[in-house]
Design a protein around this ligand. Sequence first.
Ligand code: FEO
Length: 402
Amino acid sequence: MKKFFKAQQVSPNVWWVGAIDWNVRNFHGYLTDRGSTYNAFLIIDEKITLVDTVKAPFADEMLARISSVIDPEKIDYIISNHAEPDHSGALPAAVAAIKPEKIFTSAAGAKTLNLYYGDLGYTAVKTGDSVDLGNGKCAFVDTKMLHWPDSMVTYYDRDKLLFSQDAFGMHLACSKLWADENPWSVMEYEVRKYFANILNLYSEKVIALLDSLPGLGLDIEVILPDHGPLWRKDLDKIIQLYRDCALQAPVPRAVVVYATMWGSTKVCAEAFADGVRSKGVEVETADLLVNDRSNIMTKVAGAGLIAFGAPTMNNQVYPAMADIMNYIKGLRIKNKIAFAFGSCGWSGEGAKQIAALFDELKLEQPLPMKQVKYMPQSNETEEFFNAGAELAEKLLEKINNK
Ligand code: FEO
């Protein structure tokens, strides 16, 4: 059955020909509760060029959108900015339909695409290279490890567009193509979530890239990421948001992340949170058994004070906490005031393992880890309240002194 979809024009010579994945809820472990999009773009120049493709099951949708503008066989070039399968999965189908003269990608991209799909005939490009399309040209900029070794971005000078692949994107399926047509609160939340879960560990590289942008001499009017809405207004705003995410500067917000078996750690978590609140610092508690890890990471990235609490089970930290510890370790959170706590019956490794992780991440721990036996007594819950109040004050001092 032939699918029917239409392209949408985004500039005088460029069309959006991507796919909307309304129903994806698990993107390699990332909770995409608002779905996602896989953006691909068609440049109509003397050399007609497809920039990126879509996830494999959406190849028909992309080809149908292309066909609403031009016969796919008229396409001359394909540019693959990123080899991850959400953007390259439809490449074999695209190549079969288009029979392109050339496929441009980075050297690492050529190797990776070759492993995924075999040799489709790749031409490796690097920073400083460009390809002449007739009226305009596409210039390539390596963005290695943002967030794969193959990652690069492409600038089309005729329409002043930056095809930024994953950068400046978000997982969001929506009817409105442009970010400025959607509520800023949703844009900000989803960008922060995407950054926290995908790019946080490469924060230094993001800052270096943002710092290098003016020196690249690219006159960028529109940013076209491979996920979510596109940016044509207030580019400074999204660039500053990226810088904020990458810097992880302390903010007056706290999150208390906990797991609990019989309620003891929860009682401690709630008393701590109430202490934080008593100092006017915004705080929330998050039970690991009902919160997805990608949402927990978003909350952690957006907090200046984090408290992690868990019981001990089988002489180890409780499994749900071990999972999130492993996750935030990989994503390398920084610049936080941290507090480890928990409850145990006897051996008590749980809170100690959390404190050790915070040490490893070089997070500031003004108070030693705190652990109760079996059930917190009333003097102990008061101590947790006081600990929350004390660390909230320390957070405010840190923010005021920066
Ligand atoms: Fe959206 Fe790294 O792929």
